[in-house]
Design a protein around this ligand. Structure first.
Ligand code: PLP
Length: 423
């Protein structure tokens, strides 16, 4: 299958040029060229991001917001410029709405421990969906228990799409927050966030979006979604590990109590008490992750240059092709929507006779990296009466040839196991 014909939007999506930016794609795994199909866990990094990191440490390294010397000023400028780039990328009203955290998990925990801690009381309810990552389940379980509040779930239908037929009764006058994933990391389903936001706002609740799987792959506009909070991780969108984003509406962030206490987040400290710094610093206690914030800015530049419409279109083409190829295997069942137009580039599947871990190990022997396990969504995966699934996920650097390699790899593994004597 030729990849040179892949086009996205009005521009040619130059897949060869993109792949040349990712040094790791040259690696051999078990003597085979790496086929990396595990971006939903973490993406690979282009040399522009790697260079932003090394360049920072070689040329700029200094602490931010504290110094009058050149390096400190440059570090501060780079750190704040990256924040501005992220704000623009998601169409935030102002950069102060972008809080640097460690990852999506920390962003979600921050909202649970501050906004929700202050606003959820006994008898209130929190609404999430049945397809959340553990990071968007466990903080709410903990809070509900602590506050004697109820945790409610919006179910997924049999196609793996969110069932919103009961939305009006599940989200009611005692709902304080609706927290939903934008795109499921298991099913690939894309959830109707604007509709959820509409209902949440109608009852005076807020809406939080777990955008860990959407911001890296599709245009996301926090204003168009009418979101109140939105969380994502840099490492899934070409950026480094250890840094993530919490975006929140300015008016909400402004009245929220701090999450952590220490340097930078204060305005004034006496021996008796302290007052809090302005946004975004109120939520950034201590020396921040300066280098990784700057490298996240480089990742945003890279994606912006490609165009998020083009990124999304490329992935839609790959997903449509992959669904067609994978569904042609009799032995494989795909979880989630069977219609590729209703999903993003994450395909979880179960083989009729081969355990996902065996399949993952056999594919690794062929240089193909997929994910196997519960994908940090145990309740959802178990609802299919399995404890684990295999998952292939795609990004800007993947090709139709790599999907062919995956499908051939599955067939090859089937042939291998069919030759094994049955005990
Ligand atoms: C939908 C979703 N939410 C949250 C997370 C957690 O992200 P992180 O591990 O970067 O905190 C993930 C990671 O896979 C995810 O896919």
């Amino acid at each position: 299958m030729s990849d040179s014909t892949l086009t996205a939007g009005s521009r040619v999506f130059d897949i060869d040029a993109i792949r040349a930016d990712f040094p790791i794609l040259q690696r051999k795994i078990n003597d085979q060229t790496l086929v990396y199909l595990d971006t939903a866990a973490t993406s690979q990094k282009p040399k522009q991001v790697i260079e932003a990191l090394t360049n920072y440490y070689e040329q700029t390294n200094a602490n931010v917001h504290r110094g009058v010397h050149t390096l400190s000023i440059e570090a501060t400028d780079g750190y704040e410029l990256a924040r501005t780039k992220v704000a623009k990328f998601i169409n935030a009203v102002r950069p102060e709405e972008v809080i640097w955290t460690r990852n999506t998990s920390e962003s979600l925990n921050l909202v649970a421990a501050t906004w929700a801690e202050a606003n959820v009381g006994e008898g209130d309810n929190i609404v999430i969906t049945a397809m959340e990552h553990h990071s968007n389940i466990v903080p709410w379980q903990h809070l509900a228990e602590k506050k004697n509040a109820e945790l409610r779930y919006l179910a997924a239908d049999e196609d793996g799409l969110l069932d919103i037929s009961e939305l009006d009764s599940i989200v009611d006058s005692r709902t304080k927050i609706v927290a939903a994933t934008h795109m499921s990391n298991v099913l690939g389903s894309i959830n109707p966030i604007a509709e959820l936001a509409n209902r949440a706002h109608a009852v005076g609740a807020v809406i939080l979006v777990d955008a860990a799987q959407s911001v890296p792959h599709m245009p996301v506009d926090v204003q168009a979604l009418d979101a109140d909070f939105l969380c994502f991780s840099a490492h899934k969108m070409l950026g480094p590990t250890g840094i993530g984003v919490l975006w929140g509406r300015y008016e909400l962030l402004e009245v929220m109590p701090p999450y952590m206490f220490g340097g930078d987040m204060i305005l004034e400290v006496t021996y008796e008490n302290a007052t809090w710094n302005d946004l975004p610093y109120k939520f950034e206690a201590g020396t921040p992750n300066i280098a990784d914030a700057i490298a996240t800015g480089a990742a945003v530049d890279y994606l912006t240059e490609l165009g998020m419409d083009n990124v999304w279109q490329h992935e839609q083409e790959l997903t449509a092709y992959a669904m067609e190829q994978i569904l042609s295997l009799d032995s494989v069942k795909v979880l989630g929507p069977q219609d590729s137009a209703l999903r993003g580039g994450v395909i979880s599947f179960i083989h009729g006779t081969i355990h996902p871990h065996d399949l993952g190990t056999a594919l690794d022997q062929q240089g193909i990296a997929i994910r196997t396990g519960h994908h940090c969504a145990m309740p959802l995966v178990r609802s299919f009466d399995v404890v684990a699934a295999a998952r292939a996920s795609f990004y800007i650097y993947n090709t139709k040839s790599e999907i062919d390699a995956l499908v051939n790899g599955i067939s090859e593994t089937e042939r291998y196991f069919s030759r094994c004597p049955v005990a």
